[in-house]
Structure formats: C-alpha cells, structure tokens
Write a protein that binds this ligand. Structure first.
Ligand code: FES
Length: 107
C-alpha cells in the first residue's frame, strides 16, 4: 500500500478514572477511531487517507484529540458526530476550523 496523502492520528490512550489528566478513551475516542476507519472505507478513501490509533498526543485536556498530518493541525473535543466532516475535509485538503485547537508549522 502506498504512502497516504494524509494521516489522522486519534489518541486512544486510556488512564484510570481517578487520574486528573483524564484521557481521550474516557471521552469516546475508541469509538471515534472505529468510526473514522469505517467512514474512510464507506467513502472509498482508504488508499488516500489513513486513520491510526495513537498513544497520548499530549492534548489530554482538550480530548478527544486528533492530529492530522502533514497539515500539522490538532483537533480537540472531537465527538463521533464530527467524524464525517473530518473525513470529507481531509479528502479535500481542507481543515475543520471549528475543531482546531493547535496549528503548527508544516516546515
Ligand atoms: S490522553 Fe489523549 S492526548 Fe493525552
């Protein structure tokens, strides 16, 4: 399989409920990761885009979090309801501005 145009890294880290940092898995990121994969298949995009489960992206306080590369954009407070919009935007090289919490240099 060739290198993809874009990678969507979904934090699926889970911490104990008592941990004050919280975790993306506790905010539904495992279901988000599954929905992303399904959406890519449903839209026939799996050869252009790839969704990858990730360990902690150090964005815990705004989870569930997703980092899109090479756009170098971080999405925060993502829910399953956002998945379709994220996939369609990524397929067009666009960003879902309302979910952006960090935007880094592409370099
Ligand atoms: S637990 Fe998801 S960014 Fe840290």
């Amino acid at each position: 399989m060739p290198h993809r145009e874009r990678y969507l890294f979904v934090c699926t880290n889970r911490r104990e409920e008592s941990n004050p940092k919280g975790s993306c898995a506790a905010k539904g990121s495992e279901a988000i990761a599954a929905a992303l994969k399904k959406s890519l298949v449903d839209h026939g995009l799996q050869k252009r885009l790839r969704s990858c489960a990730s360990s902690c992206l150090d964005l815990c306080e705004i989870g569930a979090s997703i980092v899109v590369e090479p756009d170098h954009v971080a999405y925060g407070r993502v829910t399953e309801a956002d998945v379709e919009e994220i996939v369609l935007a990524a397929s067009k090289g666009e960003v879902v501005e309302r979910l952006v919490v960090h935007r880094g240099d592409k370099r």
